[in-house]
Design a protein around this ligand. Structure first.
Ligand code: SAM
Length: 249
């Protein structure tokens, strides 16, 4: 899978992809990450990427021409209708649809993701209207630029590329897969500052450990993210447990 990141600050990413799973996935040639300096696609001698907003107001807006040129030079296509199958062009934007584990799973099916990082007041709207396939937000807050959001997308998606994680099963057991938060984890020592790791985890009884983990995942989801329960995959035992938690409160 290939990621192309279009940014006015390619140096921002120095170091961000040089650790852990992303670095290993690149070394194993499971993924490729290419950075593209937006200024390289300008045609004027000042290499201007931004301009004042029409209609007045604060700040600057990223101009459409270099962004269109950058994406067209990467895709070899003019117009999003002619992108190769498996290519998605993403504009990072607080106005986009929410980035979730489900969307990460969908994007992980792509062969190529082109990520456009905005800055300043944002990006000329014609980019969203005619160039991109997806406008994506990483949360309901405003960042200074799309670069941190691009790192978030790449990180969450790479974890889902087959072979990228050490253990193939780890992604399947994580938060949001199946609609619940992850269960709590403990490691050595069994007792730390008077706090005991749950006895059941030390028992070696796999069925009981699984039951405990499911119960804890339900409890934590109910406490921290009750909204997730509406769409979670729950069986009758889960529902009974949730009712019991209600009664316990
Ligand atoms: C300061 S923001 C622009 C905010 C814009 N004026 C607004 O209020 O919607 C500059 C850039 O940061 C990026 N950005 C900011 N918040 C983001 C978020 N929550 N998710 C993804 N990208 C974000 C976008 O690329 C955006 O163009």
């Amino acid at each position: 899978m290939r990621f192309d990141i279009i940014t006015i600050f390619p140096d921002f990413f120095r170091g961000a992809f040089e650790h852990g799973i992303i670095r290993r996935a690149e070394a194993a040639r499971l993924i490729e990450v290419k950075l593209h300096d937006l200024r390289a696609f300008t045609r004027d001698k000042h290499r201007q990427v931004d301009d004042r907003p029409f209609g007045g107001g604060d700040g600057m807006v990223l101009k459409p021409e270099p962004i269109f040129d950058a994406v067209e030079s990467l895709t070899g296509a003019s117009g999003r209708e002619s992108y190769k199958q498996g290519t998605r062009v993403v504009l990072l934007s607080p106005q986009g649809r929410a980035f979730t584990q489900e969307l990460a799973e969908e994007l992980a099916q792509s062969e190529r993701l082109i990520l456009i990082c905005g800055r300043y007041e944002g990006v000329d709207e014609r980019v969203a209207d005619a160039l991109v396939t997806d406008e994506i937000s990483i949360g309901d807050y405003v960042l200074s630029g799309g670069e941190p959001a691009a790192v978030v997308l790449v990180d969450a998606i790479v974890r889902l590329v087959p072979g990228a994680l050490g253990s193939e099963t780890s992604a399947a057991n994580e938060s949001f897969t199946g609609g619940l938060l992850d269960f709590p984890h403990y490691t050595r020592p069994p007792e730390f500052r008077g706090m005991q790791a749950p006895e059941v985890l030390l028992s070696g009884h796999h069925a009981e450990i699984e039951r405990w983990r499911r119960e804890q995942a339900l409890k934590k989801t109910k406490r921290n993210r009750p909204d997730l329960l509406e769409n979670a995959e729950l069986d009758e035992r889960d529902k009974a447990l949730l009712e019991k938690f209600d009664n316990d409160i």
